[in-house]
Ligand binder design. Structure first.
Ligand SMILES: [Zn+2]
Ligand SMILES: [Zn+2]
Length: 283
């Protein structure tokens, strides 16, 4: 396919580092990431935020997940994509369609799936055991987007693979969505002070920072709302959209707030210890 050919063959060689090159999607990712970090620095939403300590702590999750899961996940995904492609598995492989139509269909359908998967993580007590680690963050910035228990990463990878096979999604069809997804998830977790008017315009289409801040509220009815990741339409369509004054939101859970509860080891063990108030997320 043209898109994968472009990404695999075209690269930028930096003249001062002859053996080092970056793929265009990597350059785009680094530029967008740097843009978010710069925005947080220049115009922070919460100035009281302990940035270095917070990013350092959530960075441990990223490092841990990368070491444990990244290689395994990438290999498994690649194998599944190849299997889907070679055997023409799934819905999208059963219909004659131009490549761009399949790309849009795959992206929209997969985004709807991500919405329901996220909602299931709140409703099913077993999934909540893992997902609560993401919600236990009492501050929010781009690094909150990286704070996930490896158990949740593993469960969502396996669930996503089943959906890829069911829908017939291959890497060529999902690569653009993945870039948009990663950027938007970093962006809507970030500590940026986007004027409310702009945020409102943005969340007409995409999940904005103020929209996702409500999802990280300590109030249960707010935690259990705004599940979308990229397109905001799913919350409106399925009745889970909620607005709140972002300045009044207290981030985190109504438990696990002590410094002892927030230690990395405790958070890693969290899914296997008592399920504090699982009923809070079965409403
Ligand atoms: Zn959530
Ligand atoms: Zn979040």
């Amino acid at each position: 396919m043209a898109s994968s050919l472009l990404i695999s063959t075209f690269h930028v060689r930096l003249s001062f580092m002859p053996d080092f090159h970056l793929e265009p999607n990597q350059i785009l990712a680094i530029t967008l990431f740097a843009g978010i970090v710069l925005f947080e620095t220049v115009l922070p939403f919460r100035g009281s935020h302990h940035r270095l300590r917070h990013v350092g702590k959530n960075g441990i999750f990223t490092a841990f997940n990368s070491v444990i899961l990244a290689g395994f996940g990438a290999t498994l995904n690649l194998w599944v994509f190849l299997w889907i492609h070679e055997n023409e598995i799934g819905l999208l492989n059963q219909i004659e369609r131009p490549f761009w139509v399949a790309t849009i269909l795959a992206s929209v359908l997969f985004d709807a799936w991500i919405y329901w998967w996220h909602r299931l993580n709140h409703v099913v007590p077993f999934f909540w055991r893992f997902h609560q680690v993401h919600h236990s963050d009492m501050e929010m910035d781009f690094s909150t987007a990286l704070r996930f228990h490896p158990g949740e990463m593993l469960l969502s990878s396996l669930a996503n693979i089943a959906v890829f096979a069911f829908l017939g999604i291959t890497i060529e069809l999902i690569v653009i969505y993945k870039i948009v997804f990663n950027f938007n998830v970093l962006w809507h977790h970030s500590n940026v002070a986007l004027p409310e008017k702009w945020d409102q315009m943005l969340r007409g289409v995409l999940v904005s920072p103020n929209m996702h801040r409500v999802h990280h509220s300590m109030k249960v009815r707010e935690t259990n709302s705004n599940y979308s990741s990229v397109l905001s339409v799913w919350d409106r369509l399925f009745g889970s959209y909620r607005k709140s004054d972002p300045d009044k939101i207290v981030f985190g859970l109504d438990y696990d707030r002590s410094s002892e509860d927030q230690k990395f080891g405790r958070l890693m063990a969290r899914p296997f210890t008592s399920n504090k108030r699982p009923e809070r997320n079965a409403k």
